[in-house]
Ligand binder design. Structure first.
Ligand code: PAY
Ligand code: ZN
Length: 309
């Protein structure tokens, strides 16, 4: 078996290692941690998530999805870092996060792709569904909200292939069904990606801004200020369409646009786009600082969303 007691944030792990660690967390904290199967993959793997829920069931929810793009290894690592902090931290602000919300965390939204980045191609992004002579749809162009309207490709060989139809990928279809089944009011949906140190909010499919863009901007400002406090890491961003590029079919747009989700954000984690570090190969020595500053930012974000009511 895999030594989940030695699991740490000084290295990147294979899917099996992280799943073993997640399973051991659920075994060791049966009253707090529940293992969830959020769906299946084309190759038959489980999309495993954790629900972290301390005493008292009626609570708002926070949803964290990571690893939808296979090569963005920092994202799953940061998601598991957050899980570990929620379960073990003695810092008051983090204990409150764990006490006051039900957390749903899916470190690997694209398990087949992640395995492929370990076995065949470190820079693979998409799912592994076969489409003619090419493989995979971009799971962050495949969600059923203004699907394939802009910033996505209809060519199966493209890295931003939207898929043959909305939710063609079993990964996005089954995870979206799971999200829709959650009974808690989701206050915050966070999608973790890399790289370029952006914080993004809807929409990607249009230049039009969400109705409550003032609220988004307020939370955004607080969150990028918080992310810089610890290590002076600079994030920028804004609405997806203007801040990065038009992109329809992203999970945050679907979550915000179709579900009862108060706010949805996407973090593009370290490194910055002008760093010497190759973007998707963030050194493992940066997992902890990148994750610490992310949790600082999410902590402030949650407080701001709560203030807005
Ligand atoms: O809605 O999250 C979004 C769109 C932005 C991301 C996307 O294309 O899905 C941005 C890219 C990503 O994380 O996949 C940025 C990276 C550097 C890339 O691969 O282009
Ligand atoms: Zn990505």
């Amino acid at each position: 078996g895999r030594a989940s007691s030695e699991y740490n944030w000084g290295q990147y792990y294979e899917l099996e290692d992280t799943y073993a660690w997640m399973q051991s967390l659920a075994r060791q904290n049966p009253n707090i941690v529940t293992l969830i199967e959020g769906g299946k993959t084309y190759q038959g793997r489980s999309i495993l998530g954790l629900k972290i829920s301390k005493s008292g069931s009626e609570k708002p929810g926070i949803f964290i999805e990571a690893g939808i793009h296979a090569r963005e290894w920092i994202a799953p690592a940061a998601a598991t870092f957050i899980v570990n902090q929620l379960l073990t931290s003695s810092v008051d602000s983090i204990k409150q996060l764990a006490d006051n919300y039900n957390w749903y965390v899916f470190p690997h939204a694209n398990p087949d792709g992640y395995v492929y980045t370990h076995t065949k191609d470190r820079l693979w992004r998409k799912t592994r569904t076969p489409y003619g002579s090419c493989f995979g749809a971009d799971p962050n162009r495949n969600w059923g909200f203004h699907w394939n309207e802009v910033g996505a490709s209809s060519s199966a060989c493209s890295d931003t292939y939207a898929g043959p139809k909305a939710f063609s990928e079993i990964e996005t279809l089954s995870l979206s069904n799971y999200i829709a089944s959650i009974k808690d009011k989701i206050q915050l949906y966070v999608s973790l990606h890399a790289y370029s140190q952006y914080l993004l909010y809807p929409y990607g499919h249009t230049k039009s801004l969400p109705d409550n863009v003032k609220d988004f901007q307020q939370v955004f400002n607080a969150a990028i200020s918080a992310v810089s406090q610890r290590y002076n890491t600079k994030y920028t961003g804004g609405n997806i369409y203007d801040a990065i590029y038009p992109a329809a079919g992203a999970s945050v747009d679907w979550a915000y646009g179709t579900q009862d989700v108060r706010m949805a954000f996407c973090y593009e984690l370290r490194p910055s786009s002008n760093s010497n570090v190759p973007g998707f190969k963030l050194p493992a020595s940066q997992i902890i600082p990148a994750s610490e500053e992310l949790l600082d930012s999410i902590t402030v974000m949650v407080g701001e969303v709560q203030k807005l009511g």
